[in-house]
Design a protein around this ligand. Structure first.
Ligand SMILES: Nc1ncnc2c1ncn2[C@@H]1O[C@H](COP(=O)(O)OP(=O)(O)O)[C@@H](O)[C@H]1O
Ligand SMILES: [Mg+2]
Length: 142
């Protein structure tokens, strides 16, 4: 039984492919798709002498961009399947694994690569880590 599918997205074309595949699966199983974005916050200790609001403004801007990204997926697919979206702050791979387990998703559908494509590697660091550490099934879309 597949009723909840988690689709981590980062704005890459690989994530778009994963989203499309997840929606196709969801249509067959009448499952719900959650588009999920994780913001990796830069360390506030890396920069000295910054204005007090700088760090919070940066996080707010990152969150706004993340929400815009998720809204695009929701808009695109809400007519086909039941969709929702979710945003978190933290280490992307760890958050994806934790969310999937805690919120009892049946499956994670993720892209092979992302925005940080380094030539020669088949898997990105997030998809590699998720495939090894997630406690739910992972579909890596190629
Ligand atoms: N910050 C993130 N939030 C949610 N999903 C992500 C994030 N980063 C990557 N992903 C997911 O992981 C897939 C692989 O990306 P990644 O492992 O980061 O590759 P790369 O090293 O090429 O950037 C993406 O297609 C996307 O599905
Ligand atoms: Mg990446």
């Amino acid at each position: 039984m597949i009723s909840k599918i988690l689709v981590p997205v980062d704005g890459s074309s690989h994530a778009d492919l994963a989203a499309e595949k997840a929606v196709e699966i969801a249509e067959k199983f009448n499952a719900r798709v959650t588009f999920y974005h994780v913001i990796f916050p830069p360390s506030r200790y890396m920069v000295v002498d910054i204005p007090p609001d700088f760090f919070q403004n940066l996080l707010d801007e990152m969150e706004k961009q993340g929400q815009n990204l998720l809204a695009r997926y929701v808009e695109k697919y809400q007519g086909r399947v039941s969709v929702s979206s979710l945003i978190d702050f933290g280490h992307p791979a760890d958050m994806i694994c934790r969310r999937a387990e805690e919120d009892k998703y049946d499956m994670i559908v993720i892209g092979t690569r992302g925005l940080g494509a380094i030539k020669g590697y088949l898997l990105g660091s997030v998809s590699d880590r998720v495939s090894h550490h997630a406690r739910v099934s992972v579909l890596i879309v190629k």
